[in-house]
Design a protein around this ligand. Structure first.
Ligand SMILES: [Fe+2]
Ligand SMILES: [Fe+2]
Length: 524
């Protein structure tokens, strides 16, 4: 049986330029997003162009969220682009997802200051709209979910699973769909075929942070469904939705192992897609990552530049801050009232250097004098933004021997010790996370299987998993009690001055109210 090769994309989120990509209303809408809507069309065109020139394979899989928010104009545009891709000799198989329809059939376009209602597709329309990209070539279709099974090459079956609803109020597989999936898997087994499954929502969280804050973005009943698929002998599933580039696995006590291969969005940083070769005879899957060239600067600036701009505005310019904070649903009235309290913190965050933070975690970080020199002037804000970018692109560059890793993990160790002492473990804020160290470490670098380029087994077992786990040593800080004692001491020292502090704060609040009286009234 020859190996199977295909190109995999997800979350391409096309936004038609006919809907307006400039002006205040558009900027307001797009400024809080990781996607850059106005460039989505060009990024897709660039990727499709590269794909059409790659003659090494003729299969393209696109795993849902084809449009921004289901706008009809966006659907029409992307369908034309998909047809053009097919004309270059590619076989194109797509699924739609929750961003491709609206229950009320309403989406938005933008004109100057105005956000104007426009027609969105409703779910029932999607099957007919996209049937030429998969269902028409399918051996079997599950109509209610719009899922389908198609033979990609001899010996390889694609299960394109649409998980936009499970009929229990979540995304996921309905019982009826799951019965169909079971039948398809059994049929493939009987025929000696390998199943290539793709489904939009993650079955395994692509990071500790996502597990904690993106819980509702996991596939409904993901733990049960993942286990069921693994038990049926499915070794891997391709997913999207999180816009995070990641390869994770789950292993069970019965020896079954299943990978969740999640791919980043094409419409925002890092604009990755994958080319995959599956060789069932060798039990080997080669996963490569390609980047859509030419959008790095805009896509990086779109989201990560925004974080920096908001902090700068908070530190320097209250009017600018009020405007930018609106994009994050913070009311201008609130910003004008309390911005003066946020200002010193924003200034501090902007100024804070790694060297300053390292003072409290010198021992835990274990930096040599040369290593300290290398990072001491680095701004904490820059490091945090790099870690946020690493969350999306995977494979952080800070291996355990780098000073950045040592400094960040040293700080996390002290913070964990303190939080433990005051009985406030990170799990209380970030459900599912055991410690701050667990959250930060994968953002610094990927331990085990790389996220972008990896060679993994088609069907893995417990013996394979033993070869990829390599635990890094962690220093456990004992400073928790010391920090607590210092804080208590500071409070005790300040206690007699409380009335004075209250008066000063009151005067500042009054002065601020007088200064921004007009603005506060205007936005009330
Ligand atoms: Fe998406
Ligand atoms: Fe999604």
């Amino acid at each position: 049986m020859a190996p199977l090769k295909f190109t995999f994309l997800t979350d391409i989120h096309y936004f038609s330029p006919l809907l307006g990509t400039e002006g205040k209303a558009y900027e307001r809408e797009n400024s809080k997003s990781q996607k850059l809507l106005k460039d989505s069309g060009m990024a897709i065109a660039s990727a499709f162009n590269a794909i059409s020139q790659d003659k090494s394979n003729d299969i393209v899989l696109i795993n849902g969220d084809l449009t921004n928010n289901g706008e009809m104009e966006s659907h029409q545009g992307i369908i034309e682009m998909l047809r053009a891709l097919k004309m270059t000799g590619k076989r194109v198989f797509v699924t739609t997802a929750t961003h491709d329809f609206q229950g009320d059939g309403k989406a938005w376009r933008f004109e100057g200051d105005e956000k104007i209602e426009t027609r969105a597709a409703i779910r029932e329309e999607l099957f007919e709209m996209y049937r030429e990209f998969g269902p028409d070539q399918a051996m079997s279709v599950h109509e209610d979910s719009m899922s389908y099974a198609v033979e990609l090459e001899e010996g390889y079956v694609l299960l394109a699973l649409n998980d936009d609803r499970n009929h229990k109020g979540q995304s996921g597989f309905s019982d009826d769909l799951f019965e169909w999936i079971t039948n398809q898997i059994n049929l493939a087994k009987e025929n000696g075929q390998t199943v290539v499954a793709m489904t939009h929502h993650p079955l395994i969280a692509p990071s500790e942070l996502y597990a904690a804050i993106g819980k509702n973005d996991m596939m409904g009943e993901h733990e049960t469904r993942l286990r069921q698929l693994a038990d049926m002998g499915i070794g891997f599933v391709f997913t999207g939705h999180s816009h995070i580039h990641n390869i994770s696995y789950e292993s069970y006590e019965n020896g079954k192992v299943i990978f969740d291969i999640s791919t980043a969005s094409l419409a925002g940083y890092p604009a990755y897609y994958r080319v995959v070769t599956i060789d069932s005879e060798k039990n080997e899957m080669d996963i490569r990552t390609l980047k859509t060239e030419g959008f790095d600067e805009q896509f990086t600036d779109q989201f990560f530049g925004m974080i920096r701009r908001v902090i700068n505005a908070a530190a320097d310019d209250i009017d600018d801050f009020a405007q930018k904070a609106e994009a994050f649903s913070v009311r201008s009235r609130f910003t004008y009232r309390y911005g003066w309290m946020i200002k010193p913190f924003a200034k501090l965050i902007r100024k804070l250097r790694v060297g300053t933070v390292c003072r409290i975690c010198k021992k835990e970080a274990g930096l040599s004098p040369e290593e300290f020199e290398q990072v001491k002037d680095m701004k904490v804000m820059d490091l945090v933004i790099t870690l946020a970018m690493n969350l999306y692109k995977g494979d952080g560059e800070y291996t355990p021997d780098t000073p950045e890793y040592k400094a960040a993990m040293g700080f996390a160790s002290v913070a964990d010790a303190f939080l433990e002492k005051i009985h406030m473990p990170v799990g209380k804020f970030l459900k599912g996370a055991d410690s701050l160290s667990d959250v930060i470490e994968p953002l610094l670098y990927k331990n085990g299987i790389p996220d972008a380029d990896a060679v993994i087994p088609v069907i893995a077992d417990a013996d394979y998993i033993k070869t990829v786990i390599s635990e890094t040593e962690r220093t456990k800080s004992k400073k928790g009690i010391g920090i607590l004692a210092v804080l208590i001491l500071i409070v005790l020292i300040l206690l007699p001055f409380l009335p004075l502090i209250a008066v000063i704060l009151g005067i500042c609040a009054l002065a601020n109210y007088i200064k921004y009286y007009k603005k506060i009234k205007e936005f009330s």
